[in-house]
Design a protein around this ligand. Structure first.
Ligand SMILES: Nc1ncnc2c1ncn2[C@@H]1O[C@H](COP(=O)(O)OP(=O)(O)O)[C@@H](O)[C@H]1O
Ligand SMILES: [Mg+2]
Length: 388
């Protein structure tokens, strides 16, 4: 249920996302009016190799000294600010018209479990606000986790805002980022969860074996055969059958996870076959998760896909094969650039915070209540005004 108490005056918001693939920074400018987002401009800035390696190393080891942590966070934030500046310059945006920046930060550890749950996103909001001159909203996951939620995924509520019709047809959206996540929107319920790995394992194998960031267009995986024994072993991982709410990340699905499974198969498998098997792992875990909620053979629905995995031709073809009666489109068909969906979501979540509206959905995250999400860092010397 969307609130209508806010004025209809449109406002500009910037969203910044850098996801678990650690490929780079996506930044967008959106106009948000009464919870409705309109994409204005976007750009992607790939991480320079050294910065990427530092982030990946931290994700992998979960260890570093405090000086490294502090410096890495500032460096990253400087890059976020540069990305904003590039967007502003390229599109001749008047910064004074930008109400706020919603910045997700870079996840280095997602651990919403046990007695001391947390999710760590690196960003120094002071640096970002000082360098851009724009109020920043960060730490979107913390409050949900403090209220016993997973703090993830956070995009489903934004997805709900994109669909105005209230017919009985479920709206289904799939993110093919480092991790894959689904949003399932029906007239009566909003659900969403991480289905498992999408690009993380594919990218990791390409980096490990060929020193390449990813399998361009799925060219290598398309030449391979799925190894059934390996696939069964991978799918047997307890994450896939775990009930919702659930979320995961690089700390769970990573090269070490995969190598441990591979060692159990005890036969030599070609790189092409390994890549084909990893693609199949991604699509089967997604379709199985869908099938548990909606009989995929009964009704034909549309699945709207976004994230970098949309560029992986073999991944998309494999997904379509498992949903033969469905329409599988990218979100570009609903006027949301598939590359920028998540950055759009964090611009919207920033807006939700500034306008005093909740940013989490307990039916997705498992939190005990809906709450305003995010921390506001005010621009130096500026007067902060909350609300629209
Ligand atoms: N042309 C392409 N071919 C295959 N995969 C691609 C291509 N372009 C992007 N990708 C994949 O998309 C990933 C980035 O997707 P993204 O949505 O930014 O994920 P995240 O949100 O985790 O950062 C890359 O790491 C890569 O795996
Ligand atoms: Mg990315």
């Amino acid at each position: 249920m969307e609130s209508t108490k806010y004025s209809a005056k449109p406002k500009l918001y910037i969203g910044i996302m850098s996801g678990t693939s650690v490929d780079g920074i996506d930044v967008v400018l959106t106009k948000i009016n009464d919870n409705n987002s309109q994409f204005i401009a976007g750009l992607s800035c790939p991480f320079e190799q050294t910065l990427r390696n530092h982030i990946l190393e931290l994700c992998q080891t979960a260890h570093c000294d405090l000086q490294t942590l502090g410096q890495l966070t500032v460096k990253l934030s400087q890059h976020y600010a540069q990305a904003v500046q590039q967007l502003v310059t390229t599109h001749q945006i008047d910064k004074s018209q930008v109400r706020a920046i919603g910045c997700h930060g870079q996840t280095v550890l997602h651990h919403p479990f046990g007695q001391t749950p947390f999710s760590m996103q690196l960003v120094n909001a002071h640096v970002l606000a000082a360098k851009t001159g724009i109020t920043c909203i960060t730490d979107f996951r913390g409050m949900d986790i403090a209220l016993q939620g997973q703090g993830a995924p956070l995009v489903p509520m934004f997805h709900q805002s994109l669909f105005k019709d209230t017919d009985d047809n479920p709206k289904l959206l799939l993110n093919l980022g480092g991790i894959a996540n689904l949003s399932i929107i029906t007239a009566s319920q909003l659900s969403g969860f991480d289905t498992g790995p999408s690009n993380i394992l594919l990218d990791s194998w390409m980096q490990y074996k060929f020193g390449k960031a990813y399998d361009k267009n799925g060219q290598l995986s398309a030449t391979g055969q799925v190894n059934k024994k390996l696939l069964a072993l991978l799918l047997n991982d307890p994450y896939f059958s775990r009930p919702v709410p659930k979320s995961t990340g690089r700390e769970y699905f990573n090269l070490a996870w995969f190598k441990a499974k591979l060692a159990q198969v005890n036969v030599t498998i070609s790189d092409a076959d390994i890549m084909a098997t990893l693609v199949q792992l991604t699509v089967i875990s997604i379709v199985d998760a869908l099938n548990q909620r909606i009989d995929v053979t009964l009704n034909a629905h549309t699945l709207y896909v976004f994230g970098g995995g949309c560029q992986n031709h073999h991944l998309m073809v494999s997904l379509k094969k498992l949903l033969p009666h469905w329409q599988v489109d990218t979100t570009d068909s609903i006027a949301i650039n598939s590359q920028y969906m998540e950055a759009m979501a964090f611009a919207w979540l920033g807006y939700r915070c500034i306008t005093g509206q909740p940013g989490n959905s307990p039916s997705v995250t498992g939190a005990t209540q809906q709450v305003i999400m995010g921390q506001i860092t005010q621009v130096i010397g500026h007067k902060l005004i909350l609300g629209e």
